[in-house]
Design a protein around this ligand. Sequence first.
Ligand SMILES: Cc1cc2nc3c(=O)[nH]c(=O)nc-3n(C[C@H](O)[C@H](O)[C@H](O)COP(=O)(O)O)c2cc1C
Length: 235
Amino acid sequence: MPWRNMVIGALILGLFSVVGTGLVALTFKGTAARIAENERQSLLRNLHQIIAPTEHDNDLDSDLITVTDPALPGGNEGVKVYRARLGGQPVAAVLATRSNGGYSGNIRLLVGIRYNGTLAGVRVVSHKETPGLGDGIEAERSDWILGFSGKSLHNPEEKGWKVKKDGGQFDQFTGATVTPRAVVEAVYQTLRYYQQHREALFAEAPDSDDDDEHDDQHPDQHRDQHPDQQKAESD
Ligand SMILES: Cc1cc2nc3c(=O)[nH]c(=O)nc-3n(C[C@H](O)[C@H](O)[C@H](O)COP(=O)(O)O)c2cc1C
């Protein structure tokens, strides 16, 4: 009977769609976990370019807070701060700040600052600057970004925290001033923020895992963690 064949056909189709959906869901679950782990390893590699694994004994990626404060570059959306400690004592903080002063949108940075306020290192995590002009900020393309290591708010003094074309100490690139200017400004503002908030940054309780999951899905919805205005001791 034709209706019987139709019912059987519909049942077979339904079965295929259920099995297919299940397979896709399983694959997605497995892949999502692998992607998360790959991202974690990549983050740790980046962080360890700035703070050597031997310099800390805590889990950098879980000793993490999210700071939402417009005084910090990129702080409107929330800036992740990874704390390094040795024997429970603060060693350094790596602030995942963001400059919107680049030629082509946001430049995402990791700014590592030792407890005493000197820069442990700066790395560019992502950017959309023009290849051959602005991409000299990548450590893979030039040594320019390595020049921040050892600098602090007082080395150079404030007027030196500009590119040479603007009267400061930092090189610009040939035909490209906008990109290095944006990075220098973001690093300087991050140092200033750190100086004003150091104690609070290290005292804050780490984000909970729930917050992390939430953050991964909605980067704009970080919980508001504006540390107290505690002044860090100057160097
Ligand atoms: C197509 C195009 C792409 C550019 N990309 C960049 C860039 O990625 N970074 C940059 O600093 N300047 C870039 N420039 C040059 C800037 O427009 C600017 O002239 C240069 O940075 C000097 O800035 P200043 O006059 O403020 O010193 C680009 C220019 C053009 C025409």
